[in-house]
Structures are given as structure tokens and as C-alpha cells.
Design a protein. Structure first.
Length: 64
């Protein structure tokens, strides 16, 4: 798993936790945390899929 994907996943998990805490305390700031969790989730998938595509391209391309 690429390093950027791991960092994005960590931020996603922390923002989900922050959203839960914010909503349990009655704060509407949790909406921002939910949006951040969605963004970082998409970033994680992007970096993972990009790494898989690069790995597949290296496997197909002949080495010269």
C-alpha cells in the first residue's frame, strides 16, 4: 500500500472519530468532519488504484 494511501486512511479514520465525538456533543461541526472523511476516503482509493495500475503497467511492459 502506498505511503500516501496509508496517510489518507489514517486521516479518514481520525476524522470519522472526530465526527462521532462532535455529533455526540451536539456540535454541528461534525458535518465538516464527515466531509473530510469522505474526501480522504476517496484519496485513499485513488492512491491504491493508481499504485495497482502502475504495478500492472510495469508487469506488462517489457524491460529493455
Amino acid at each position: 500500500m502506498p505511503r500516501l494511501a496509508v496517510y489518507a486512511l489514517i486521516v479518514c479514520l481520525l476524522s470519522v472519530a472526530a465526527a462521532v465525538v462532535a455529533f455526540t456533543q451536539g456540535s454541528l461541526l461534525g458535518i465538516v468532519w464527515v466531509l473530510l472523511a469522505g474526501l480522504t476516503s476517496n484519496m485513499t482509493w485513488y492512491y491504491v488504484r493508481r499504485a495497482r495500475a502502475e504495478k500492472a503497467a510495469k508487469a506488462v511492459a517489457p524491460t529493455a
